[in-house]
Ligand binder design. Structure first.
Ligand SMILES: *[C@@H]1O[C@H](CO)[C@@H](O)[C@H](O)[C@H]1NC(C)=O
Ligand SMILES: *[C@@H]1O[C@H](CO)[C@@H](O)[C@H](O)[C@H]1NC(C)=O
Ligand SMILES: *[C@@H]1O[C@H](CO)[C@@H](O)[C@H](O)[C@H]1NC(C)=O
Ligand SMILES: *[C@@H]1O[C@H](CO)[C@@H](O)[C@H](O)[C@H]1NC(C)=O
Ligand SMILES: *[C@@H]1O[C@H](CO)[C@@H](O)[C@H](O)[C@H]1NC(C)=O
Ligand SMILES: *[C@@H]1O[C@H](CO)[C@@H](O)[C@H](O)[C@H]1NC(C)=O
Ligand SMILES: *[C@@H]1O[C@H](CO)[C@@H](O)[C@H](O)[C@H]1NC(C)=O
Ligand SMILES: *[C@@H]1O[C@H](CO)[C@@H](O)[C@H](O)[C@H]1NC(C)=O
Ligand SMILES: *[C@@H]1O[C@H](CO)[C@@H](O)[C@H](O)[C@H]1NC(C)=O
Ligand SMILES: *[C@@H]1O[C@H](CO)[C@@H](O)[C@H](O)[C@H]1NC(C)=O
Ligand SMILES: *[C@@H]1O[C@H](CO)[C@@H](O)[C@H](O)[C@H]1NC(C)=O
Length: 440
């Protein structure tokens, strides 16, 4: 994803470039210990070059006084593969801090920063390129209170407990990085909203790669129970969690439009924030989530709904707006606990609304009863592209689909009847057309 300096090369550069007591703030600077750092911070408000920490850094580093770095700020520490070259590993706990640093006009890369427990850059607001903190297993606390503009932010750390940050407001395109937030592992954090709650519209980022979205893989959010997502537009949002509820919307987000939303294992639900006025999702997909039991879809509009292989799913609630959804594609299969018995829930409140205008397709393999289709039949909903219903409960009367405006070759079958019924095109309801029942 990101270009990384080979560790060996970084080490060699470091040796060749040691800082002299007479610090030249107009070139790149290498810091090997706390004394170096002190000389630099006393001499330089602005460093017109890179700041590199040596591979075998053993000290806590403080850069109070430095306000701006024109280039990169980097530390590539000794990884286990470099154990022979790196004779001394830091004892820790180490800190890296600067209360004055405001702007880094390059990238910040802290990779394998051994024994770093605290990273404190509370006044930093702007990082022109990427900001990546990876393989810092000791890291417990980060203070990035004012960080709001980065091209991309990457975090991979297992023990982080505290993060102070008001919120990322923009993903900068200028460096040419495609940008993004990559939470490979958010450690023990129970809240990562600061990265996601502001109204960022990825369609407005010129370097954003079409199709790219936000991917939160299984370990990323293991202690997060609620994720507030306020980005206004993106192509794809895909997430795994642990007892995680997604809330769409943010304090300043009025409208959300995502092309694709995919929920996987460990997600318990998707909700909308009270102040969100408009919510559109192109394709919604629940795919192999074995924790969710009751799914309520909060969308104003959606083009397709796919529910796959989610073993604990018992109920699906659609909002009443569903009656206005146009050209919906609906697919349900592999959800063995789901009973599509009626359009009403347990307390006989209406929980399912069939669209009133025509649908693109219906493809259901489930335990499904005749009354689940009551208003579908009553409104004679037209389905234009494909229609296929397979009932395992034996409670579906396939005859209800005769004389409906369904596509040619639609299928309906139910357990027990031993029959698969293939039906020919039904064109106009009023005109009598012979039906063909083909038994297979
Ligand atoms: C710090 O590193 C510099 C070289 O970068 C070296 O000259 C100096 O002796 C070191 N000081 C300490 C206290 O280790
Ligand atoms: C460093 O660069 C600045 C701006 O280019 C210049 O004003 C200053 O004289 C330079 N200092 C040294 C020591 O070269
Ligand atoms: C942080 O930045 C602000 C705004 O530039 C400045 O006024 C303030 O003095 C800085 N704080 C520190 C500790 O340098
Ligand atoms: C930041 O870096 C970019 C690219 O190197 C450069 O075009 C721009 O002028 C720099 N801005 C500042 C304030 O140094
Ligand atoms: C996102 O930006 C695009 C391009 O400017 C715009 O067409 C779209 O309406 C925006 N979406 C939202 C939800 O603000
Ligand atoms: C997730 O929730 C379930 C049901 O409340 C609970 O049994 C389980 O321990 C939770 N898992 C975690 C990791 O918190
Ligand atoms: C659902 O599970 C079945 C059986 O394990 C598998 O064949 C199928 O590919 C899965 N479907 C999806 C969409 O993952
Ligand atoms: C309806 O949805 C189907 C399937 O996604 C698509 O192929 C078709 O173009 C859509 N029709 C209209 C009129 O949008
Ligand atoms: C129907 O329900 C039974 C038990 O309630 C379940 O085992 C089976 O997987 C369900 N069938 C489908 C197609 O969901
Ligand atoms: C319906 O869904 C099943 C299971 O995912 C799939 O095998 C089948 O091809 C689909 N049928 C249509 C007509 O889309
Ligand atoms: C379908 O329509 C024809 C002609 O109106 C009628 O004879 C037949 O009973 C209808 N079938 C069903 C299942 O409603």
């Amino acid at each position: 994803m990101f270009v990384r300096l080979p560790l060996a090369a970084a080490g060699l550069v470091a040796l060749a470039n040691y800082v002299l007591a007479d610090v030249d703030c107009n070139t790149s600077i290498t810091i090997g210990n706390a004394t170096d750092a002190e000389e630099v911070r006393k001499a330089c408000k602005v460093i017109r070059g890179d700041v590199r920490l040596t591979e075998q850094l053993l000290d806590t580093i403080n850069l109070d006084g430095v306000e701006e770095i024109y280039g990169d700020l980097t530390h590539y520490g000794c990884d286990p593969a470099a154990i022979i070259r790196c004779k001394n590993f830091p004892k820790g706990p180490l800190e890296f801090s600067s209360s004055t640093l405001k702007k880094v006009n390059g990238s910040i890369n802290f990779m394998t920063y051994n024994n770093l427990e605290k990273l404190s850059l509370p006044n930093l607001s702007y990082v022109w390129s990427e900001f990546a903190v990876q393989d810092t297993t000791s890291l417990k606390e980060m203070d990035l209170t004012n960080l709001e503009s980065v091209s991309s932010f990457e975090l991979g750390t297992t023990n982080l407990e505290k993060l102070h940050i008001n919120g990322i407001k923009e993903l900068l395109p200028e460096s040419g990085y495609t940008g993004g937030i990559y939470l490979n592992n958010a450690g023990k954090l129970d809240n990562v909203d600061a990265f996601f709650e502001n109204p960022i519209n990825t369609s407005e980022i010129p370097t954003w790669t079409p199709g790219k979205g936000l991917l939160l893989n299984p370990p990323a959010l293991r202690n997060v129970r609620t994720l507030n997502l306020g980005w206004t537009a993106m192509d794809k949002f895909e997430v795994w969690g642990t007892n995680l509820t997604i809330v769409l919307g943010g304090p300043e987000t009025k409208s959300i439009s995502y092309k694709e939303v995919i929920l996987h294992g460990g997600v318990l639900g998707i909700q909308r924030a009270d102040n969100l006025e408009n919510l559109h999702v192109g394709k919604f997909r629940l795919d192999t989530d074995h924790d969710i039991t009751d799914l309520t879809l909060p969308f104003d509009t959606v083009d397709s709904i796919t529910l796959f292989n989610s073993s604990k799913l018992r109920s699906v609630n659609l909002p009443s707006q569903a009656e206005n959804w146009k050209n919906l594609s609906l697919t349900i299969s592999g959800c063995g606990s789901l009973k599509l018995e009626s359009e009403n829930g347990a307390d006989s409140k209406k929980t399912w609304y069939w669209p009133k205008s025509s649908m693109a397709s219906v493809n259901i393999t489930s335990n499904v009863s005749t009354s689940f289709f009551d208003s579908f039949i009553a409104n004679n909903v037209e389905v234009t592209q494909s229609f296929s219903v397979s009932d395992a409960s034996g409670k579906l009367d396939c005859d209800i689909f005769a004389n409906r405006t369904l596509p040619s070759g639609y299928t309906c079958d139910k357990k027990g009847s031993g029959a698969r019924i293939l039906m020919s095109t039904w064109t106009i309801v009023a005109a009598p057309v012979a039906l063909m029942y083909i038994l297979v």
